[in-house]
Write a protein that binds this ligand. Sequence first.
Ligand code: SAH
Ligand code: DHB
Ligand code: MG
Length: 237
Amino acid sequence: MTNDNVDITILQQQAKVRQEIEAAITQMFAPEDKGLHNAIVAGKKAGLPAIQISPIEGKLLQLLATACNARKILEIGSLAGYSGIWLARALPAGGRLISLEISPKHAEIIRSSFSRAGVGDRTEVRVGKALDLLPHLISEAPFDLIFIDADKAPYAQYLDWAMQLSRPGSIIVADNCIREGRALREAENIDADTAGPLQYNKRASSDPRLMSIALPIDTGSTDGFTISVVLPEHRES
Ligand code: SAH
Ligand code: DHB
Ligand code: MG
């Protein structure tokens, strides 16, 4: 066996161990019920790509929403409603999730996924380009948690809006902020879908009004969330 072959075998073993750990954590901490499973099946049936967050990420969103006592949550990019169901289930009675989604076809699936999961009463899907819809949310702010997961190029603009629509103590989460590490370093010929998250990370890590961390999550490939807390005005990180 050559050295290269040995390395590949070790890497395959490591990948397998990580997958088994992810599966065990999912089973123990983040099992999917019918409502969540339905959303994935509905998306698949309609031919949508299966690019929803993982169950572990869903549970993490739910935990963060609970930790900040979220009563008002904003989601940007909703696909078939999977992440929205995790979020809506963290809301107390009278709480509200607003999901922004550009595709009317997706919006129909999202609404039916929400109601089948039992969260139709506390959720609202608004159809349009997020950058057009966000200015209309000023009168409904502040949001306690904002989850960003739409198109990647305008990620830094979404962070600006999230900060405008939040309060000290609000939590801002953005998906796809690792991209196998590519969203963490400058490179020549960087594509717009990576440049957006990189710009986002640079801002989130350096803005004195935020305390932030990027968290890699393995789901076959490594991507993950950047998570920020909006700091009180007198305190800088
Ligand atoms: N958060 C979802 C996955 C979202 S996938 C989940 O984890 O379950 C990205 C979604 O963003 C797609 O549904 C896509 O139609 C939507 N989207 C893309 N560009 C958008 C834009 N400019 N404004 C609003 N939604 C957008
Ligand atoms: C894509 C988008 C996502 O939000 C994601 O989590 C994975 C992939 C995509 O557009 O390919
Ligand atoms: Mg995503």
